[in-house]
Every structure is written in C-alpha cells, then in structure tokens.
Design a protein around this ligand. Structure first.
Ligand code: NUP
Length: 276
C-alpha cells in the first residue's frame, strides 16, 4: 500500500482525522512525573494509552526529544515502540539538505526511528526531497504554508504571478509519482487552505495550528479534506497533552481529544453529508 492508502485506511477504521502532537516539553510535564526514570516516556505512555482509539496519527516533533539529550532519544525510541502499528507516526523534523546528506536524514527517519512519514522543508529543492519519496509506503509531508507568523516573510512572495507556496504545491504534485507526498498547511490560513486543496484534490494535508495557535478547526475540516471527507490530518499538540498538569492529565487529554475528534466529525457530517 502507498502511504496515502495507509492513511485512508486508518482514517476510515478509526473514524478520525485527529493527530495528536507528542511534544513533551520537559518544563511542562506534570511535576509528579519528574522523579520518573524517563519522564518524557512516562508522559507519552500515559497519553497514548488514553487516546490511541481516538486518533489516526501521532506526530513527534524531534526537537522536544533532542533537547532532552540522550534520555530524549530513548524516550522517542520507546514511545514509537508503543504506538499501535496501524496508527500513522509522523517524524516532524522539517528535514532537507544536499542530496547526499538528505539520504542520511531519510534513513534516520524511516529506517532507524521507523516513522511512517516525515516532514520535509522544500527550500533546497528536488535532490533534498528525493530521498524521502523513494518508498511508496513511507510518506513525506512537504512544508507548503506554515502556521506561524513568519510564514509571511517568504511563503507569500509573488513569483511569476503566484505566491511562493503555490510553486511548492505545483512541484510537490509533479514529484508525487509514488503517491506518498503530502503537504503541510497551517490551520491559521483557511483561505489558502481552500486554494491548496483545489490544486491537489487527492493529497494528504497535514494541518497544524489548532488549539494553542488558534487555527480554524471548521475551515480545516471543510477545506482540508478531499471530496470524501478524508485525507486531512489535523494536528493538536499542547491543547490536548497539557490539558491538565495534575495527576489526571491523561484523563483530561482523553476528554479534550475526544472533543476535538467529535467536532471534526461533526464538520464532516455538515460539509460531506456522511454520518461520521
Ligand atoms: O506550520 C507548521 N506549524 C506547526 O505548528 C508546521 C509544523 N510542523 N508545526 C508543528 O506542529 C509545531 O512545530 C508543533 O510540533 C506542532 C503544533 O503544536 P501545537 O501548537 O498544537 O502545540
């Protein structure tokens, strides 16, 4: 199966567009976990056990593990072993380098950590992306339009009458011969999301920015999904994993995760006329 097909299957099976961002910022972990041997791992374990039936994917931002040193790498490895096999795992490292170095980045993401997909920064062009799109079953989410304030600096610059991010979308579409490419589009840009979905009707879209960054959930579903109400992977990190900092944090995370999943499905009912 191609990456895109795997994503379709899990979204249908679990009836969810929700991706939880496992970004276990050490400074924000519940204090009672600080004495654990590996607090990040203990935190993730409880979050996963409380939410795995509600999600199609987990996204791990590598920086939150790397910044905790060797313990962080260990937490990431053990976390990935825990996630049920049919749930998509996304390694968010925004990779991309000269071809020779990118090959090693792709090997790290897919062969060492065994992520199902990685995020890739397209700035360095085709040879920087190629190593990430060699295997049909492994996905590459290419940054098209990011959710942050700084997305204004370069991504909207007009070139040959079109904003830069649309050039990225066009290239990604050309490169997608193995049906394993997706795009990252921030939930903070609903109008552009609609435009991008019209340009790539069949590509997975990874949509971060819901919750802590105040992105638009309704628009993310309405414009982020394909015609069937699928293929939007909507990431929520802090708003779920740090819903409570007490002993009940996993339970609180489950409650909020369910609320997000149901709200997404409510909007799929509304805009795609199916009962989810
Ligand atoms: O455009 C992007 N915006 C964004 O927030 C691309 C990303 N990969 N992210 C990541 O998504 C960000 O680095 C973090 O890991 C996650 C958002 O987390 P939160 O704001 O829901 O906590």
């Amino acid at each position: 199966l191609t990456f895109t097909q795997q994503l379709q299957h899990i979204q249908q099976k679990c009836n969810s567009l929700l991706c939880i961002g496992l970004d276990p910022d050490v400074a924000k972990l519940p204090s009672f976990l600080r004495s654990a041997k590996n607090p990040q791992y203990e935190f993730n374990r409880r979050i996963i056990e409380a939410t795995y039936d509600l999600v199609c994917a987990y996204k791990l931002n590598i920086a939150f593990y790397e910044s905790a040193g060797m313990k962080g790498w260990e937490a990431m490895e053990r976390t990935l072993e825990l996630i049920p096999k049919n749930i998509i795992t996304i390694g968010d490292g925004k990779r991309g380098d000269i071809g020779n170095s990118s090959e090693h980045q792709a090997r790290a993401m897919f062969n060492v950590w065994k992520f199902d997909a990685a995020t890739v920064n397209p700035y360095m062009g085709v040879d920087s992306v190629e190593p990430f799109i060699q295997h049909p079953e492994k996905g590459a989410f290419i940054l098209a339009l990011t959710s942050n304030r700084g997305s204004n600096d370069f991504q909207y610059l007009k070139l040959k009458g079109k904003p830069l991010f649309e050039h990225v979308v066009a290239k990604a579409k050309m490169w997608n011969v193995k049906k394993n490419i997706g795009l990252v589009v921030g939930a903070t840009h609903p109008r552009e999301l609609k435009k991008i979905r019209s340009l790539v009707p069949n590509m997975p879209l990874l949509i971060p920015g819901i919750g802590a960054q105040s992105g638009d959930l309704e628009a993310s579903v309405r414009f982020g999904c394909d015609k069937k109400g699928e293929l939007a992977v909507i990431n929520v990190g802090r708003a779920i994993i740090f819903a409570s900092s007490g002993k009940d944090f996993a339970k609180a995370a489950r409650q909020i995760a369910r609320k997000y999943r149901d709200e997404m499905n409510g909007n799929r009912d509304k805009y795609f006329g199916k009962k989810y």
